[in-house]
Design a protein around this ligand. Structure first.
Ligand code: ATP
Length: 720
């Protein structure tokens, strides 16, 4: 159904669609375009031949013990994987570009991986990340000269043709010319993008190399040593762009940055599973993928466990919470920079107290005075973590003692063991702390931790003493750990933070400490900031942590996920938030109207949910369907009813590691970041979505790609 819709839209655009093998397309009338298709099919066969030759030449895997051979084998294996991706879809685009000094345009075929002719080394396919490929994405039509930055400097020229080629399983399925020089329509048209967006989605996010948009490409190709912030409306491609940026950086800075020193922070394991297909498809492996909680517990070497007894999500989402409660929430305080300053102060005090006041005198007359130790500390690297400096001081005292002992030629073994005991006792006076110990000292002290209520401080002390922490305690603990002991592993080359509106400034500070210079992609949407009790309320809370010169800020307003009807509807929900909100701009992809239905009773509501789902399943074109409930308990009720009605559905729960697609029942707050072909918001009543819940309802509505319905029992939410 959606295919024919796409075709209809294409004709409405007077597109230069070149029909080919798809059954549903109209008869071929234009002989020129037909011959262009045949030429492309012939060239494709040719390129495939080269790829297959190269694959055959790779030979079997090395199984011996020789290290150099093993390394070479690894490289061959990586090349083989790239060629296998190229074999399925060697390229997706063609750009005919004429450099100013050239007499005629040359066609450039752009694909996921570069392929060269095995004998002549001539490029058959240009990697999408190559500088020249930026022209393909940036070109927006017209006859004016264009240019791109190459390693040799700026290259300019003119574009003669921009063509999309859809190759599936090594077969050319269609070609669409989005620009032909000299034709009446000078602008680049979006037919191919619309076709791709109209497709159904399964349970995994996909790569978008063939349809990256200009504003997205600009972000992907931003230079490495910057903290890039992206505020993007729901469905604007933030997650996708960040993943493509990783692939770009690895290509652009090959040899200088490494996948295993890049890290992606996502909100939960299920989300990581959902995005797990994109990087391998882009030929990228080994990037660390984690959540902040998992990462923090690792940094603390699992000396602390997460407190499971209180579920923040349930606390904040099962009951309506006021704006005041959210503003004054404990996670906001513990995640704030004022709290970090309180910790900085106690670390400075610890550092100042490192030096004991009394001299060290292991044997009468053999004295090490504090002023000498002070000089040692002064020449030490101030950037070194405090406890590392302490360790060095203790070792230096030991070395001083051994050397003095030798110089004085003492031989009395009894004297030596007494002196050793004194040495140990002296070393203990130079206090060593673990991160939890120092955190406890802060909470129990009379200093700045007073910004927390006495009750909260007491509760935190009790928890930490039993080896437990809540998520909001992790940034303070990790920060102390890093300041005291430093980072155990190598520093990160690049950090990606998805759903960054849910991060506190303090969390970002801890991640900054894991890099030599900031190289980050930080993405999120304040309009989806449903965890306002912990996250930021304005981007400046995070951007202020970086030098303005090292920071980039981008806004993405176009939403690619949903149909125009869904976006318009979701924008109405946003509108209820009052001034200052930025509506999403839909791509011109029309679909079915959004439907709001009412149920007379609770039993009727449950019955209708089952009926709607059955109808959608029978329709057959939706691979993924979600029923979104306001709370986990409301989802339980729906799941129970569907099970009785014989409808198979999976219920998504907190900490679920995977997302399997099909029919899913999800609490709306856990659906953030995911998307589904069809979405039913199962309880759009005034009680479930109060005036404070606009962001939550916006998140729910914007999960839908093609179909959105809302059902309510009792008065409809005022947000609509
Ligand atoms: N240039 C593009 N071409 C094709 N599809 C695109 C493009 N950009 C984004 N999309 C699609 O739009 C959808 C939304 O992308 P993504 O999940 O990355 O957006 P997001 O901004 O992170 O969304 P949200 O904030 O709502 O989680 C995905 O299906 C993605 O494939």
């Amino acid at each position: 159904m959606r295919l024919s819709l796409a075709v209809f839209l294409l004709s409405a655009y007077e597109c230069r669609l070149i029909p080919c093998v798809l059954q549903s397309q109209r008869e071929v009338t234009d002989l020129t375009t037909q011959s262009a298709f045949q030429d492309e099919a012939k060239r494709l066969d040719d390129v495939l031949q080269h790829i297959q030759n190269q694959l055959r030449a790779i030979g079997p895997r090395y199984t011996g013990d020789d290290f150099t051979e093993q390394m070479l084998d690894l490289q061959r294996e990586q090349r083989k994987q790239r060629l296998e991706v190229a074999e399925r879809e060697p390229y997706f685009g063609r750009l005919d570009f004429q450099e100013t000094a050239q007499e005629a345009p040359s066609p450039l075929y752009i694909g996921k991986a570069g392929v060269a002719h095995e004998a002549t080394n001539q490029l058959l396919v240009v990697d999408w990340r190559a500088p020249v490929a930026s022209l393909y994405y940036a070109f927006s039509g017209g006859e004016a000269p264009v240019s791109y930055e190459s390693p040799e400097g700026e290259i300019d020229g003119t574009v003669h043709l921009k063509r999309n080629l859809m190759v599936r399983q090594s077969k050319l399925e269609r070609i669409v010319d989005s620009y032909v020089r000299g034709q009446a329509d000078e602008t680049v048209t979006d037919e191919f993008l619309l076709y791709r967006l109209g497709e159904s989605k399964d349970n995994k996010l996909r790569d978008i190399v063939s349809t990256i948009q200009q504003e997205q490409d600009l972000i992907i190709r931003t230079e490495k040593n910057r903290a890039v912030f992206i505020q993007g409306v729901a469905g604007s491609g933030k997650t996708t762009v960040a993943l493509h940026r990783l692939a770009y950086l690895l290509y652009r800075y090959a040899g200088r940055i490494h996948a295993e020193r890049m890290v992606i922070f996502a909100p939960n394991r299920m989300f990581l599973d959902y995005i797990s297909g994109v990087l391998p498809e882009l030929g990228v492996g080994d990037i660390v993928q984690t959540t902040y909680v998992e990462w923090a517990l690792d940094q603390l070497q699992h000396t602390i466990r997460l407190d499971d007894t209180v579920d923040a999500m349930e606390y904040w989402f099962e009951q309506p919470r006021t704006a005041e409660e959210i503003e004054q929430a404990v996670p906001r305080i513990k995640g704030g920079l004022a709290f970090k300053q309180a910790i900085d102060l106690i670390i400075a005090e610890t550092e100042a107290a490192l030096l004991p006041a009394a001299p060290f005198e292991p044997v009468e007359g053999m004295v090490l005075y504090p002023h000498t130790m002070k000089e040692w500390l002064a020449t030490d690297d101030k950037e070194e973590p405090v406890m590392r400096r302490r360790e060095r001081l203790v070792s230096r005292i030991k070395r001083w003692f051994e050397s003095e002992w030798k110089t004085r030629r003492y031989t009395d073994s009894k004297l030596k063991s007494k002196a050793n005991a004194k040495l140990n006792a002296y070393g203990k006076k130079i206090a060593a702390f673990t991160a939890p110990q120092l955190y406890l000292a802060l909470l129990k002290g009379s200093g700045k931790a007073q910004m927390l209520s006495a009750k909260e401080r007491a509760a935190t002390v009790k928890r930490i003493q039993s080896g437990l922490a809540q998520p909001e305690d992790l940034a303070p603990l990790v920060y102390i750990q890093l300041r005291l002991y430093g980072l155990e592993q190598s520093r990160y080359d690049h950090v990606v933070i998805d759903e960054a509106q849910d991060y506190s400034p303090f969390q970002l500070e801890t991640l900054k400490l894991c890099q030599r210079q900031p190289s980050m992609t930080v993405l999120g949407d304040l309009q989806q900031g449903i965890h306002g009790y912990a996250g930021i309320h304005s981007w400046t809370e995070l951007t202020a942590l970086f030098n303005a010169d090292d920071t980039g800020y981008y806004e993405l307003d176009r939403s690619y996920r949903s149909t125009m009807e869904i976006i318009d509807f979701a924008n109405r929900v946003l509108g209820s938030m009052g001034a200052g909100v930025k509506p999403a701009v839909p791509v011109f992809r029309s679909g079915e109207p959004v439907i709001v239905r009412s149920a007379a009773t609770e039993a009727d509501r449950l019955q209708r949910i089952a009926d709607i789902v059955r109808e959608w399943q029978q329709e057959g074109s939706y691979k993924t369907i979600a029923i979104l409930g306001r709370t986990a308990s409301s989802c339980d009720i729906i799941a129970g009813h569907l099970a009785k009605a014989g409808i198979e559905a999976s219920l998504v729960e907190r900490r679920q590691p995977t997302y399997g697609g099909g029919l899913t029942i999800v609490p709306v707050y856990l659906a953030k970041g995911l998307e589904f072909d069809a979405v039913l918001i199962a309880d759009a009543d005034a009680e479930s979505y109060s005036s404070n819940d606009a962001k939550l309802l916006y998140v729910g509505c914007t999960r839908a790609l093609h179909k959105l319905e809302l059902l309510h029992c009792g008065p409809l939410t005022g947000l609509l």
